[in-house]
Design a protein around this ligand. Structure first.
Ligand code: ADP
Ligand code: MG
Length: 498
């Protein structure tokens, strides 16, 4: 049995044990859909691959996990309040985002111009409900001796892996229960293994939004409205999404469709009187538009894709998320919130405020404010403790440590405003786990990132529901090179609390 509290290393598996474990993982994964499409799958849509996973759960301090769970509704509330406030033209964050739209015209600027377009001569009834499906990501910092969750980023659009997170948790529980970790009996105390209900809980939030929509449109609705998953062309992470679709139908009786931006342009129409969004062919009404695309520049391949986004935004369907909720998740706003006087505007309870502040590391702007000038100095002269981030999502955009000064010098200074400089969090390395990816196993030190899901339904004034919605653990190699941290490939992991 795993020694709770001691974080005792496991002895490495023998070659035979390892092979058996790999076989078990593959068979369980295929049986249960812990899978992804490989690159270029279009010609062989019946061939999926087992998702990259760890063979064992990774130990996470219970204190840290509990703190992350407890604080999620506070973050949900915070980002709902921010979004509500951004809608007021004279608010601080409205003006901030307006300025950001200028310094990052390629993406923030585009989303912002769509938002402005929805305000102008909108011919349809305006939907005031918004659904936030969020994930707050943390690393556990070990710098100050104690272990403390520190937020990496707060995601407000297209958060992934809620479905597959459940699966990998159950995989590790199965391996434990079936004595695959240790022939003598379950190696871990099952009570300390976290099983996330995130797939179910996200579909529950979508179903709840559908119910709210039905109440709003009760006079005009003829049949049960549905959820539209707006997805990337050639999406490889389909099965993660499919888990939500299946739960929606089986557990909540709500149908869904998958649409790309092309489909939106070709297949949908808006009813002039009710603002209702319809599938032209089937006359089905779409109550909720749920984005699993649209969070990065490459998701918009042409002007037509931006038009599709605007079309959806103007309809009366509830958006998960709408443009403002998406924009509230910018790295710029994350930076501003580390200033207590900004946080004060949105969270009145000092207890809640303190618990939020505890999870922040230092983040600097690179603008012409006092703090911004300090940020520039650190970025150019002491970059080794920092990561530089643009206003982008989806990975691969950050500049680390010693690469920062040259990178900054390579771009025009007027664009520096669009970046933030964030203190690096230093998590503990775990040397005991094994990553399985494409039939190869790797036993290298990993770092693990904890994600907590949260769902919040709100309108211009009120928060109508606010929930913790499960957890995720992703792990990746931590390979250092001269340039800094080159994050290796990530995989799904599960949590064993100690
Ligand atoms: P993206 O929006 O592209 O996902 P993130 O802010 O999540 O960007 O950063 C990507 C990855 O970089 C994270 O998953 C984490 O591994 C690493 N990272 C980001 N910020 C920090 C930080 N402050 N300290 C340590 N690692 C970080
Ligand atoms: Mg991220």
């Amino acid at each position: 049995m795993y020694q709770v509290g001691t974080n005792m290393p496991r002895s490495p598996p023998s070659k035979d044990q390892l092979n058996e474990l790999i076989r078990e993982v593959n068979q369980w994964a295929i049986t249960n859909g812990l899978a992804m499409y490989p690159p270029k799958f279009e010609e062989n849509p019946s061939n999926a691959s087992v998702s990259p996973v760890t063979l064992y759960p990774t130990p996470i301090p219970k204190k840290c996990f509990d703190e992350a769970v407890e604080i999620q509704p506070v973050f949900n509330e915070l980002y709902a309040r921010i979004t509500q406030d951004m809608a007021h033209p004279d608010s601080f964050l409205h003006k901030t985002t307006e300025a950001l739209a200028l310094s990052d015209s390629e993406f923030t600027g585009k989303l912002w111009s769509l938002y402005l377009a929805t305000l102008k001569n909108s011919q349809y009834k305006k939907q005031t409900f918004r659904l936030g499906i969020f994930r707050s990501d943390y690393l556990i910092d070990k710098r100050k001796g104690a272990e403390q969750i520190k937020q990496v980023e707060f995601n407000t659009v297209s958060v992934s892996f809620a479905g597959l997170s459940e699966k990998v948790d159950r995989l590790h529980c199965y391996l434990n229960k079936a004595n695959k970790y240790d022939p003598r009996g379950p190696y871990y105390n099952e009570q300390n293994m976290v099983i996330s209900d995130s797939g179910y809980l996200l579909s529950k939030a979508l179903a709840k939004a559908v119910e709210s929509y039905k109440l709003q449109q009760s006079s005009s609705i003829s049949s049960d409205p549905i959820v539209a998953f707006i997805v990337q062309r050639n999406e490889r992470n389909v099965f993660d999404q499919k888990i939500l679709e299946l739960d929606l139908l089986e557990k909540f009786g709500t149908k869904s469709v998958r649409l790309t931006f092309d489909d939106v342009n070709d297949k949908l129409s808006i009813d002039y009187e009710t603002g209702g969004l319809f599938i032209k062919d089937t006359k089905e009404e779409i109550a909720v538009v749920y984005y699993r695309t649209g969070y990065t520049t490459t998701d918009y391949t042409s002007e037509k894709d931006w038009e599709a986004r605007l079309f959806l935004e103007k309809s009366f369907a509830i958006k998960a998320p709408d443009l403002l909720t998406q924009l509230s998740g910018s790295k710029k706003i994350q930076q501003l919130l580390t200033d207590e006087s900004v946080l004060d505007k949105y969270i009145s309870s000092s207890e809640k405020k303190d618990s939020l502040l505890k999870t922040f590391v230092k983040i600097y702007p690179l603008d012409d404010t006092k703090l911004g000038r300090e940020g520039r100095r650190l970025a150019l002269n002491e970059p080794s403790k920092y990561v530089l981030k643009p206003q982008r999502e989806g990975g691969g955009n950050n500049v680390y440590k010693e690469n920062i000064p040259d990178f900054l010098k390579s771009i025009e200074e007027r664009h520096w405003d669009a970046y933030i400089l964030m203190e690096l969090i230093e998590p503990e390395l775990n040397k005991d786990n094994i990553i399985l990816r494409d039939d190869k196993s790797y036993n290298e030190p990993i770092i693990s990132e904890l994600g907590i899901y949260g769902c919040v339904l709100f309108n211009d004034e009120q928060i109508l529901s606010n929930e913790f919605s499960g957890s995720l653990l992703r792990s990746k190699f931590n390979t250092s090179n001269e340039g800094g941290v080159a994050a290796g490939f990530g995989c799904l992991d599960s949590i064993i609390l100690y």
